[in-house]
Design a protein around this ligand. Structure first.
Ligand code: HSE
Length: 395
């Protein structure tokens, strides 16, 4: 075996420790962590003190370090680390979906300028090798859609609520205790995390980069027992789904929204912290990938794979961005949605078509067809009146 790759690791949380553990146990790769940069000085840690530093520069400027592995959750710090690593001539492996989604184009440019690479398989759907699959396997395929469950914590919460009748608060606490949730769990349950992953996958699938702020997202924090009962009675399950799809010859739509899925969907059986991705192409038709989307070992295994890919100088080529067909982004797609709400206001005017209306003394909901941009307006104008929104699929 050749010279060991020397890794400078940033962060020693769930994924960092998972990676360390995997590297200890894995015989297939000649790599060692030589220094770990961490933030909190007083946290008890499982490795000797010499491993750790509180100075980022000590790792970034260390000439013995070949590769920077960035696994922290401070977005601004992560941005600076990635940028500085590339500028200091080091390749980077990152799991930081927020930073990648927000600075996607800048990072492509930086890779071109420095000749160095960023690999980030672990940033999307944990242990499912979806980025490299999209990038390499579907290189020439005309993709129609990429859709799935991209957030392990919210899927865990929904599974516990629907299968075991556990409350939202208790299920969220469990997802946090198991190390699935972000330090700010709002990112999971409000759909931000799933959106960052969607933005990254959409760029690789369709060559279209859209800043996360422009992408619609709606999460699961408003879900109630009534919504779950409504789904159960119709033999459906509620899942938080991210979708990007072609909605005409040259336009793409994308959004994150809870969706009622039936037993014929591959996503119906994706439970707990598992994620699932359905890729549909003109020639391959539908293909389905599933695996653990959160947790130290599954995510660490994706990081390991990127470290191994570095040994043979693998880089993303961003094939789809170079294709002649350039897509536009559209927020005009029409969704069929269920909206549970309170109060008395003219909700009807937001809809293209109202299909069902229900009201008793405590609950009211409507089902209808609504344009995505109108749904967005409705949610911002009547934030406090809207209880929960769930899609019944595209129209
Ligand atoms: N908080 C994320 C999730 C971790 O629950 O999916 C993996 O990206």
């Amino acid at each position: 075996m050749g010279k060991a790759i020397k890794i400078g690791l940033f962060g020693f949380g769930v994924v960092g420790q998972g990676l360390y553990d995997i590297l200890e146990k894995s015989s297939g790769i000649n790599a060692e962590v030589v220094k770990i940069a961490v933030k909190h000085k007083d946290k008890p840690r499982s490795l000797p003190k010499d491993y750790f530093t509180f100075e980022a520069q000590e790792v970034l400027l260390n000439k013995d370090i070949d590769l920077i592995v960035e696994l922290i959750d401070d977005t601004d710090a992560a941005y600076n680390i990635i940028k500085s690593a590339l500028q200091n001539g080091k390749n980077v492996v990152s799991a930081n979906k927020k930073v990648l989604a927000e600075h996607f184009e800048e990072f492509i440019q930086l890779q071109l300028e420095t000749g160095k690479s960023i690999l980030y398989e672990a940033s999307v759907c944990g242990g499912i090798p979806i980025i490299r699959t999209i990038e390499e396997y579907y290189i020439s395929e005309l993709l129609y859609s990429v859709k799935g469950i991209f957030n392990g914590s919210s899927n865990y919460i929904l599974s516990k609520m629907q299968k075991e009748d556990i409350s939202y608060e208790v299920a969220l606490k469990q997802a946090q205790d198991l190390g699935f949730a972000e330090s700010n769990p709002k990112l999971d349950v409000e759909g931000f995390d799933a959106k960052y992953k969607l933005v990254i996958l959409a760029a690789h699938s369709f060559g279209l980069y859209i800043h996360p702020e422009e992408v619609f997202h709606y999460g699961i924090s408003g879900i109630s027992k009534f919504d779950i009962q409504y789904a159960k009675e119709k033999k459906l399950k509620i899942k938080l789904i991210s979708s990007v799809f072609k909605n005409s010859e040259n336009s793409i739509s994308m959004y994150v929204i809870p969706e009622f899925v039936d037993k014929y969907s591959n996503l119906y059986l994706v439970e707990d912290e598992f994620n699932g991705v359905t890729v549909e192409g003109a020639f391959s038709d539908k293909q389905f990938f599933s695996g653990k989307g959160a947790g130290g070992h599954p995510t660490g295994s994706a990081v390991l794979s990127d470290i191994a890919a570095n040994t043979y100088n693998y880089k993303y080529e961003y094939h789809k961005t170079q294709k002649e067909l350039q897509y536009n982004y559209s927020s005009e797609s029409v969704l069929r949605v269920y909206i549970r709400y309170g109060g008395d206001f003219n909700l009807e005017s937001f809809f293209e078509q109202l299909l069902e209306r229900y009201q008793n003394t405590t609950i009211q909901y409507v089902v209808g067809e609504i344009k995505l941009n109108r749904l967005n307006q409705l949610l911002s104008e009547f934030k406090t009146e809207i209880g929960f929104v769930c899609s019944l699929g595209d129209k």
